[in-house]
Design a protein around this ligand. Structure first.
Ligand code: NAP
Ligand code: ZN
Length: 350
């Protein structure tokens, strides 16, 4: 089945309209007409070649929501017309210990990404959600229980939501915990909303003075402009957990020094260039840790979506037509988005 998509033929070229092939749904497949797709900073890193190993043509997009148009003969969990989502993964080995524990993102064989993953389908690598349709194994399709009118704002939950939810849950964020969220972009603004909904005391760290008020509206109890050393010093040694979502290389010591004894800062940002090596002194004197976390498993993604539907949590978005994608990337690079661009995939028809 041929479908319209937007992608790039190399890292230094703008995205353009292209026709791509989707496989006919197999027994376990769900075919989805994509309504909206969020724009993650990973899309920019990948398609512009900031990360090694981009396979071209590259069609990004892993915050996909839409409606089921067909199901394979063995699919029992989904019906035609149902509202569904697809996140960062479309397959994994299904039998290693991580897959068996529902942590497919840590699959021993490596999960298959929604784009840039190895597949038997043409052209040999997966092509993502900047497209009219997609065909996905039913184990990697999520149910959306939000009201239909919120659908565009649900899309970012499929990556930004789960990538912040998973570490917040793993490191037991909840009532009585003081939690820092660093970088108030697509991931960070979801981190603030989710940590607040989980009952924690939330401090937002931003480099953007103009996000000071806005971060309070997201649910932060306090906002710190991280370029201000006096504001930073006031929080020394006080955090139970810090989630760092910054997409660029920066000084980690400024944040590890804010952790309590035995507390952890978890990195989810994957900058093009490495961070300066952290100070060992800032770690050993209070037995502090720096950790990392990768998206989240399918079961916990469903758990997060259901939690958000119950608590009325969605992303704050700016909708764009697909034709404006390169301008959106440039603005995201400058941190000029509150807080997530979402593509109206119907504009692929234009
Ligand atoms: P984003 O919307 O661009 O947000 C990143 C934020 O980081 C910006 O809004 C900005 O916040 C801050 N920032 C940017 N440049 C900075 C700098 N030079 N110094 C300090 N702060 C800076 O990006 P995103 O979509 O949230 O993604 C964030 C990162 O996570 C990306 O690297 C992405 O690839 C990665 N990611 C990782 C996973 C995973 O599984 N681990 C999943 C998805 C994405 P302020 O304006 O508030 O300072
Ligand atoms: Zn993403």
């Amino acid at each position: 089945m041929v479908t319209k998509a937007y992608g790039a033929y190399s890292g230094d070229k703008p995205l353009e309209l292209m026709l791509i092939e989707r496989r006919e749904p197999g027994a376990h497949d769900v075919a989805i007409e994509i309504a909206f797709c969020g724009v993650c900073h990973s899309d920019l890193h990948q398609v512009r070649g900031e990360w090694a190993g981009t396979l071209y043509p590259c069609v990004p997009g892993h915050e996909i929501v839409g409606h089921v148009t067909a199901i394979g003969s063995a699919v029992t969990g989904f019906a035609v017309g149902e509202t569904v989502g697809v996140g960062c993964m479309v397959d994994s080995c299904q039998h290693c210990s991580s897959c068996e524990e529902g942590l497919e993102q840590y699959c021993d064989s490596g999960f298959v990404g929604t784009y840039n993953g190895v597949t038997g389908d043409a052209p040999g690598h997966t092509l993502g959600g900047y497209a009219q349709s997609i065909v996905v194994n039913d184990k990697f399709v999520l149910k959306i229980n939000h009201p239909e009118e919120q659908l565009a704002a649900v899309a970012p939950l499929l990556c930004a939501g789960i990538t912040t939810w998973s570490p917040l849950r793993h490191w037991n964020v909840g009532p009585g915990k003081k939690v820092g969220i660093v970088g108030i972009g697509g991931l960070g603004h979801m981190g603030v909303k989710l940590a607040h909904a989980l009952g924690a005391h939330v401090v937002a760290f931003t480099t953007s003075e103009n996000k000071r008020e806005a971060a309070l509206d997201l649910g932060a109890d306090e906002v710190v402009v991280s370029r201000n050393a006096v504001e930073m010093a006031a929080h020394a040694g006080s955090f139970d957990f810090i989630l760092n979502t910054v997409a660029a290389s920066h000084d980690l010591d400024a944040f590890t020094s804010l952790l309590k004894r035995d507390a952890t800062m978890t990195l989810v940002g994957v900058p093009e260039h490495p961070h300066p090596s952290p100070s060992v002194g800032a770690l050993i004197f209070r037995r502090r840790s720096i950790a990392g976390s990768l998206i989240g498993g399918i079961a916990e993604t469903q758990e997060m979506l259901d939690f958000c539907a119950r608590h009325g949590v969605v992303a704050d978005i700016e909708m764009i037509p697909i034709q404006n994608i390169d301008e959106a990337f440039d603005r995201m690079q400058r941190s000029d988005v509150k807080y997530r661009f979402v593509i109206d995939n119907a504009t692929l028809e234009a």
